[in-house]
Design a protein around this ligand. Structure first.
Ligand code: HEM
Length: 494
């Protein structure tokens, strides 16, 4: 009997993989061109740990819309702005789903029930609306939000002053600041850098960002979730448990002290709106989903913004001439008595151009978030079957040589028109926040955070390299975001 099991089980496993492979080879005929897959692993050896470079090589061979196999899952990669706009705007609802097969994302989102990783459902649409309305109710447009960010930016400048020109980690200082901005807006609560709960939250964010790696084997082989957990799975579980605990405590505190009409923060405003909105009942929106909207704001609201700001300071180290230009613009506007407000951002075209250039070159969500075709459709004349998985490669669009001169260079001036105004995004190959039905809900907030923090820090400090380390390089690390490696700088008072 044992001998039979020993022989039959492996034979069944081999037969299963063989049949799956043959089926996969038939299926991929319907997909855009791409490399020939190996059994079981597909093309993952060609992608390795560097998907961005691998996709660049492949698009030169197979064209702007190609397909590739992650395990036995064929995925379509879209690399040009025209194709992305066609799919995301013109045929927006055709590509508004999300694939529900990434185990790491499933852990964080309690089974894909948050905004970011949920499929296109009525509940997802309600949660998005709830987010927008609560920002409006609490934030009074962006006015109050910019005020709160300014308070936090002043505070981080005080903390930076106390470093007395010692080399410090940008990730730590800006990470504290950005998490505090989000916690202040969400929970009306700010933390000291030494606070234990705060340290746990920062640790959780780092675990999540590290753990949600697209190259973890469980992403390509979902059945691996039934085997002992990988390091990344452990990290994601630990990070999620910490964040869930914070959210539950805060929601409970808010529900106990909430007074209708007295909106103290975004959580209060979410409570008020969800109680009033009939859709909340119809879509089966429970406390669970409520917690997940908060989770979205906490995670999606802090990490991409932090990565972008870390890239910004890194570019400033490599191109110090732009620090002087930014400082000059701020000095000139201060003399003209232009104050920081949501309405005054456009009075600082050079800062805006520098932010745009940072967003372009860093592409912190280089592959956006994966999409699922909700119906049979097409992109660039190629048929795309319902349920196909599609990835929009903004990294390739942001560095497309046909659209950008010397695309790998940091050159903010490319964003300035001859009349001094900033080039409209629509005229360029640029989608840092995506577009269409599933575009980033936090774009305005992220832009406000970046503008205010950069304005405040750059007007008070010069950014200098750490004399004890080589100049940090410009190679990033791809997890769910594309982030620079850790580095230190000296903030020298001006
Ligand atoms: C520089 C900062 C940020 C960048 C570059 C960024 C970029 C993106 C991108 C590319 C997507 C994917 C959209 C798609 O699939 O097409 C996204 C989605 C999302 N972002 Fe952001 N984001 C940033 C900041 C924020 C902030 C501050 C918040 C919230 C406060 C936020 C909340 C979200 C949410 C909830 C989604 C999911 C939308 C959906 O699936 O319907 N993001 N973001």
């Amino acid at each position: 009997m044992i001998l039979e099991i020993v022989l039959v089980v492996p034979a069944l496993v081999v037969a299963y993989f063989f049949v799956t492979y043959i089926k996969h080879l038939f299926d991929i005929q319907k997909y855009p061109p791409g490399p020939f897959p190996l059994p079981v692993i597909g093309n993952i050896l060609q992608v390795g740990d560097e998907p961005l470079n691998a996709f660049k090589r492949l698009l030169h061979i197979y064209g702007d819309v190609f397909s590739i196999s992650f395990g036995m899952e064929r995925v379509i990669i879209v690399n040009t702005i025209e194709s992305a706009r066609e799919a995301l705007v013109k045929k927006g609802s055709d590509f508004s789903g999300r694939p529900l097969n990434n185990y790491l994302l499933e852990i964080v989102s309690r089974g894909f029930q948050n905004i970011s990783f949920a499929d296109n459902t009525k509940r997802w649409s309600f949660a998005r609306k709830l987010f927008h309305k609560s920002m409006h109710l609490y934030g009074n447009g962006m006015v109050k939000i910019v005020d709160r960010i300014t308070v936090e930016a002043d505070d981080i400048c005080r903390k930076i002053s106390a470093t007395n020109s010692r080399a410090v980690s940008v990730q730590e200082y800006m990470g504290v600041s950005i998490l505090n901005i989000i916690c202040d807006l969400l929970f009306g609560k700010r933390f000291d850098i030494t606070d234990e709960e705060f340290k746990r939250m920062r640790k959780a964010m780092c675990l999540l960002m590290d753990g949600m790696s697209p190259s973890d084997p469980v992403v390509s082989f979902p059945w691996l979730k039934y085997f002992p957990a990988s390091k990344n799975v452990m990290k994601v579980k630990e990070g999620t448990a910490i964040i869930d605990n914070v959210i539950r405590n805060e929601l409970l505190r808010h529900q106990e002290t909430y007074q209708p009409g007295n909106i103290r923060d975004l959580t209060d405003s979410l409570i008020e709106l969800s109680q009033k909105d009939e859709l909340s009942r119809i879509t089966g929106f429970t406390t669970n989903h409520f917690e997940l909207v908060i989770l979205d704001i906490l995670i999606a609201g802090s990490e991409p913004t932090l990565s972008t700001i870390r890239w910004f300071f890194l570019f400033m180290l490599h191109h110090p001439q732009y620090q002087d230009k930014i400082d000059k613009e701020i000095t000139m506007k201060t003399e003209e008595s232009v104050e920081i407000s949501a309405a005054s951002f456009k009075s600082f075209p050079f800062i805006q151009a520098t932010i745009q250039e940072t967003l372009r070159l860093s592409s912190v969500l280089p592959l956006m978030l994966p999409r699922r075709a909700t119906t049979n459709s097409s992109i660039a004349g190629r048929n795309i079957a319902k349920d196909s998985h599609v990835i929009f490669n903004s990294y390739a669009m942001h560095r497309d040589e046909r659209c950008w001169e010397q695309p790998n260079n940091f050159y903010p001036e490319r964003w300035l028109k001859s009349d001094g105004s900033v080039l409209p995004e629509k005229e360029t190959s640029f989608l840092p926040f995506s577009t269409g039905q599933r575009s980033c809900v936090g774009e305005k907030m992220a832009r406000a955070e970046m503008f205010v923090l950069i304005h405040k820090v750059m007007s008070q400090f010069e950014i200098l390299p750490d004399p004890d380390s080589p100049l940090p390089d410009l190679e990033g690390k791809v997890t769910i975001t594309y982030m620079p490696k850790e580095y230190k700088v000296i903030f020298k008072p001006r």
